[in-house]
Design a protein around this ligand. Sequence first.
Ligand code: ATP
Length: 232
Amino acid sequence: MILPKTFAAKPPHPTAAIGIFGGTFDPVHFGHLRPALELLEQLPLTEIRFIPCRHPPHRQAPMASPGQRLAMLELAIAEEPRFTVDDRELARSGPSYMVDTLASLRAEQGNGPLCLILGTDAFRGLPQWHRWAELMELAHLLVMKRPGEPLPQEGELKHFLESRCIYDPAQLAQQPRGLIFPLEVTQLAISATRIRSLIGAGRSARYLLPDAVWDDIRKKRLYSAPLFMPEQ
Ligand code: ATP
């Protein structure tokens, strides 16, 4: 007998996870987008959720406003339905602690697997994050190898890597949290810092980020010396 869909037996484990990509995205660029697409293709992820932070606790305040960064992200992801933007950190006052963000996502997702996406630079800085060890009680960590940024070879992170590192991505969907999966993604030596300084110096950032984002930056004169208005 074929059961209707609603009565079909559920699999013992959830089969897909949600990727959580936090950052300042000041602005979002291909160094974020291309690796995110590769994660979707290689891992059991149904969605990648970009979460721009309002008050980054560990670095200078972003140059573009929360609304401007959100608008650039929405333009950047418009063509990929599995990319979404979540503005919960922008709506929250006080420092944007990732542990609070993951706790609110966990409350919504129940026991569904969550994967926090980090570049190697962000991973190496993890011990400076607020209540950082709790992050792994809430989500897995996906560590994207970033040009010139090796994985930590000593200290607490080395210990976490040794005890939690996995090599089979299927495991990410079989348990909700607590594993670390480092992976190679296309190495794009692009940073938002470099983009801001190019624009500030009156140079073009075209081809480092989506055209729609570049057009938005020029239209709103973000990051720029006031005289920079080429490329009509
Ligand atoms: P900035 O230069 O202002 O520090 P950024 O380019 O590092 O910005 P963020 O928004 O701070 O961008 O980064 C969000 C996340 O994306 C971080 O985990 C960071 O490690 C990762 N990331 C940024 N650029 C790349 C890249 N080119 N390759 C891999 N990961 C990246």
